[in-house]
Design a protein around this ligand. Structure first.
Ligand code: F6P
Length: 360
């Protein structure tokens, strides 16, 4: 099968992530130089297979100067599932199955196999398309670092660096104004970004989904610092942090969604400490911009090894990092298996020993 490869496709799906362009460069360089294949860039996730006129050939010039660029030169979407594609036709919302059309268009483009770069959702779609006859290999991607199949994902370190730099800035203004600063970071249902950036940025309180907290404990820490003459405090809260049902007076705390978590928390802190509180929701700043050297390197390695998987005929596999080495694992086994922060891990212990409270 591997001997028949002449042309491969590459696509990026789901939310973007610093380091995606490094992966694309790794795939293209390895395909052209090592294997002698052509590469077609599939635009905007699987949309480029539904509408193949969007796709284009990727040569050396296409991947020149992209290592340090955030985002993805191929575009992406976290909506276009070809098995259930939502469209508006004659003013009506309709859902269509374009999966067969994707496989047929891949054939028309001459694709013998695909490298699909994405998160869980994208991998699942790719895996289902491969069952219809489009062989694929995967490259995992997320800033959240919550995939158990790989020790780390590219984009995570960049997100942590961005959040840490934000904390450094927040700290000086917090100190000047004697305020409590609450910063909300991304991470979905995992607390990795909050824990790493909170620790690196010297936060006093870190709230993560894996460790339930109470408002009393959070405010207790702020008051304790106040008692020691530390008139400002820094709180990092993960967007997925699990709030207690009630505040200290028994009032229900309204449900908070990503983007409003820090504000909900700030309201209670203001009420129960009497302190001046300000909120920063870091949001997509964490996803954009220049990837760190580590993320570029991991992306490149993933890209080159994804091309190797195709050459070896290891379809249905994705690359991963284990023991610092690039390895591979079956996509079906990796989908939906998440890695969250272990409350007993050395990082959590380090934080506690350094005086950080998790509000528990
Ligand atoms: O999974 C990556 C991530 O950035 C999460 O941390 C965040 O919850 C989500 O994507 C945001 O997605 P969107 O770009 O659709 O708002």
């Amino acid at each position: 099968m591997a001997a028949a490869i002449r042309t491969i496709g590459v696509s990026t799906g789901g939310g973007d992530c610093p380091g995606l362009n490094a992966v694309i460069r790794g795939v293209v360089k390895a395909a052209l130089l090592d294997h002698g294949w052509r590469v077609i860039g599939i635009q905007d996730g699987f949309d480029g297979l539904i509408w193949p006129e969007k796709s284009r050939e990727l040569d050396h010039a296409s991947v020149r100067g992209i290592l340090n660029r955030g985002g993805t030169i191929l575009g992406t979407t976290n909506r276009g599932n070809p098995f259930a594609y939502e469209l508006v036709e004659n003013g009506q919302k309709v859902v269509k199955d374009f999966s067969q059309r994707c496989v047929e268009n891949a054939r028309k483009l001459g694709l013998d196999a695909m490298v699909v770069i994405g998160g869980d959702g994208t991998m699942k779609i790719g895996s289902d398309l491969s069952k219809l006859g489009l062989p694929m290999v995967g490259v995992p991607k997320t800033i959240d670092n919550d995939l158990s199949a790989t020790e780390v994902t590219f984009g995570f370190e960049t997100a942590v660096q961005t959040a840490t730099e934000a904390l450094d800035r927040i700290q000086t203004t917090a100190e000047s104004h004697h305020r409590v600063m609450v910063m909300e970071v991304m991470g979905r249902d995992a607390g990795w970004i909050a824990l790493w950036s909170g620790l690196a940025g010297g936060a006093d309180v870190i709230l993560i989904p894996e460790i339930p907290f109470t408002i009393e404990k959070v405010c207790g820490k702020i008051k304790e610092r106040e008692g020691m003459g530390r008139t400002f405090s820094i709180v990092v809260v993960a967007e997925g942090a699990k709030f207690p049902a009630n505040d200290p007076s028994g009032k229900p705390i309204p449900p908070a969604k990503p983007g409003s978590v820090a504000n909900t928390l700030a309201f209670s802190i203001r009420e129960y400490t009497g302190k001046d509180v300000r909120v920063t929701v870091l949001g997509h700043v964490q996803r954009g911009g220049t990837p760190t050297a580590f993320d570029r390197l991991l992306g490149l390695r993933f890209g080159v090894h994804a091309a190797d998987l195709i050459a070896q005929g290891k379809f249905g596999y994705m690359v991963c990092l284990k023991g610092g080495e690039i390895q591979s694992c079956p996509i079906e086994e990796a989908i939906g298996v998440y890695k969250t922060v272990n409350p007993k891990s050395d990082l959590v212990r380090t934080a506690r020993a350094a005086g950080v409270t998790f509000g528990d």
